[in-house]
Design a protein around this ligand. Structure first.
Ligand SMILES: [Zn+2]
Ligand SMILES: [Zn+2]
Length: 259
């Protein structure tokens, strides 16, 4: 991927491989702008993220790599932040980074994308949880705290699909994303999950394009070998819809790169 802004490190406790290995894989695949956006610390669900005391180490490690590889690739520094009311922390929101990805991994405290809690789907009205999910994305956009929307339709991860029209359910969320001037990531992690397709779906991507919402690309790698996987698929998907450029962020400011 020419631009790839969503990648993890071992600090989140569920990724493997050294920072340098991710970067070497990115260089090998032709990536020009590669960003780390590890799961930011939070006083909720601490098992799947770095600790607050890790922030300094994380930022230093990434900045050291940025310097080391500057002739070969541009390394960017970000966080993937959970939009979860009452648990977002100023130390993260005000961190001196290139960008923040806002993601929804919880519906009313339920980690719906975690296989550990998959049983909960059986107790729920699927249409209702999809709507709740997109309502939370809308709220996240309206908060104006973040630059990039993480995996827009993550709620499809385990393939519990709704009866209602998804584009209709996501409409208000997409309009809020446009209004907040956020960027949508084309995230390939979905190809590695039961749903077997990118986030967002081609149909939602088309809707985003019509609204004039910009995109960027995301491996969402938790292992070095996942860097740039499914690159051809997402580039084609973006081009088919009409996109010709993608976003990078430096110091929370957006610029566009042709792809
Ligand atoms: Zn993760
Ligand atoms: Zn995520």
């Amino acid at each position: 991927m020419i631009v790839d802004l969503h990648n993890h490190t071992t600090l989140c406790n569920h990724a493997v491989g050294e920072i340098n290995e991710y970067i070497e894989a990115a260089i090998k695949s032709g990536t020009k702008h590669f960003g780390f956006s590890d799961h930011a610390p939070m006083d909720f669900d601490p098992k799947y993220r770095m600790a607050f005391s890790d922030m300094q180490v994380y930022e230093k490690d990434v900045l050291r790599a940025k310097e080391k590889y500057k002739d070969k690739i541009e390394i960017l520094l970000g966080y993937e932040v959970d939009y979860l009311k009452g648990h977002m922390d100023k130390r993260v929101l005000n961190a001196d980074v290139d960008y923040l990805i806002g993601s929804v991994h919880f519906i009313e405290g339920w980690g719906f994308d975690n296989p550990e809690f998959i049983g909960r789907y059986k107790e729920q009205d699927i249409d209702e949880i999809w709507q709740k999910y997109f309502d939370t994305i809308e709220e996240m956009a309206n908060s104006k705290l973040f630059d990039i929307v993480g995996h827009l339709d993550l709620i499809k991860v385990f393939k519990f699909m709704p009866n209602k029209d998804i584009n209709e359910m996501a409409k208000a969320a997409l309009e809020a994303i446009k209004k907040a001037d956020m960027t949508l990531e084309l995230n390939v992690a979905g190809y590695r999950k039961p749903i077997g397709e990118a986030y967002p779906s081609p149909s939602l991507l088309k809707q985003a394009y019509k609204l004039g919402i910009p995109i960027t690309f995301a491996s969402d790698a938790h292992k070095p070998e996942q860097v740039s996987m499914f690159n051809d698929e997402v580039i084609k998907m973006a081009r088919d819809v009409g996109y010709t450029e993608c976003a990078v962020y430096r110091n929370r400011k957006r610029e566009f790169i042709k792809f």
